[in-house]
Design a protein around this ligand. Sequence first.
Ligand code: HEC
Length: 167
Amino acid sequence: MSCSSSSSSFRPAHAFLSGLLVGAVVLGLGGCANTANPAVEREPAWDAPRTRALAERACFDCHSHQTRWPWYASVPLVGWWLQDHVDEGRAHLNFSTWSKPGHEADEAAETIEEGEMPLASYLWLHGEAKLGADDTAALVAGLKATFAKDPPRRAAGAAGTATHDDD
Ligand code: HEC
């Protein structure tokens, strides 16, 4: 066929790889985490300094404006993934914007009791956030006492539908 020479010069594998490369560069440009934390507006009226210290250790990276971004947050795609986690975490429960509603903030103690939080994937890399039985019990009791004193706002309407206003 007359087009055999041109079709042999077209290498689908190369086209595919350059496509991937372009995609990675484009994502890379916007793929790092925005490590500038927004301002802390208002924290809950903590029942005790220990409760805050434990929450800071185990929850603040994803549920506050005091995220300690790791160095790999500036790695494209990884940073993007982290940012997504933090955005989602903050939307559900944000210890730095206590006057604003979080979707399921009131379930905080429960998620710890059920072993759901902190996220397992986070604990692989953050040994310091792992709480022993004693600290876990103190955090659960402390959050309950804090929330009784200064309850989190519930988003109006059904949980999980409202969008969070971060700024
Ligand atoms: C590595 C990030 C990360 C850490 C650390 C973390 N969370 Fe979360 N949290 C999330 C994300 C992401 C969501 C939303 C999606 C989900 O439920 O998995 C969430 C959701 C929640 C919710 C909403 C209810 C639910 O089950 O979705 C509560 C309450 C919560 N977290 C409490 C906590 C508490 C309390 C701590 C500390 C003991 C903590 N989290 C630590 C990322 C984190």
